[in-house]
Design a protein around this ligand. Structure first.
Ligand SMILES: *Cc1c(COP(=O)(O)O)cnc(C)c1O
Length: 239
């Protein structure tokens, strides 16, 4: 193995152990939680190596970086998740490679995703991104819709051709009542997921938890954790 492959294998093993331990502590089966490796800022060669090491889900947050990387890795058996704030003028590109868009947070974006998905003949999974720190604007600093806006967006996604409503996503807030309270934030997301599933039983994905707080997310009931730094290393500041 190359040094980098060794390094990634070692990091993956540590993250796998953390997820397994968190599942055991929560009385959950290991296969209830899917690891998504966030490869933003890292090269396509790392994505390829991760695929060789058995990773099946990767995530990116900027279309400019993700599009060429996904093209370079098109031969690999990977599901691509888009997790960044998404401008409508990037939707056509993102729909070309993303299997799931986790950052759906406004109706204009849903309309654009649906239109491009239909044109491309693709079905795109959608998670509503929930901002637990949303102010009076009803929107979060880093994207997301306030809890009160979930239902309307979810109904819109569910009724849009080319889109599939998969569930909810959040990023632990840095401000507001949940700042520094990841476990409480993720439990709130689970409650919102329970509400959502009354109307949309198949929308059972709950994406929460990153390198620093994946244990809290697994304890709360997350089905997907998004881990970057703990697998790939500390990123350069951008991204
Ligand atoms: C970068 C990023 C992650 C991964 O964060 P790490 O702390 O590097 O694990 C997860 N989710 C989103 C939305 C991100 O942008």
């Amino acid at each position: 193995m190359t040094d980098r492959k060794d390094e990634l294998a070692g990091n993956l093993a540590k993250v796998e152990q953390r997820i397994a331990d968190a599942c055991a502590a929560a009385g959950r089966a290991r296969d209830e939680v899917t690891l998504i490796v966030v490869t933003k800022t890292y090269p396509a060669s790392d994505v390829r190596t991760l695929s060789e090491l058995g990773v099946r889900h990767v995530a990116e947050n900027r279309d400019q970086d993700a599009a060429p990387k996904a093209a370079a890795c098109a031969d690999l058996p990977l599901a691509w998740h888009f997790v960044g704030q998404l401008q409508t003028n990037k939707v056509r590109s993102v729909v070309g490679y993303a299997d799931v868009v986790q950052s759906v947070d406004r109706s204009r974006l849903v309309t654009a995703l649906s239109k491009e998905a239909v044109k491309a003949g693709r079905e795109i999974g959608c998670l509503i991104q929930v901002a637990l720190d949303a102010g009076v604007s009803g929107r979060g600093e880093r994207g997301g819709v306030a809890p009160g806006g979930i239902e309307e967006l979810a109904d819109l996604v569910a009724g849009s051709p080319g889109l599939r409503l998969d569930g909810l996503m959040t990023v632990a807030p840095l401000t507001g009542e949940y700042a520094g309270r990841q476990r409480a934030a993720f439990e709130r997301l689970m409650d919102l997921s329970t509400d959502l599933r009354r109307a949309h039983p198949a929308a059972n994905m709950v994406s929460a938890g990153m390198s620093a707080d994946l244990e809290d997310a697994v304890a709360a009931g997350a089905t997907h954790v998004r881990v970057g730094t703990a697998v790939l290393g500390v990123r350069p500041r951008l991204g």
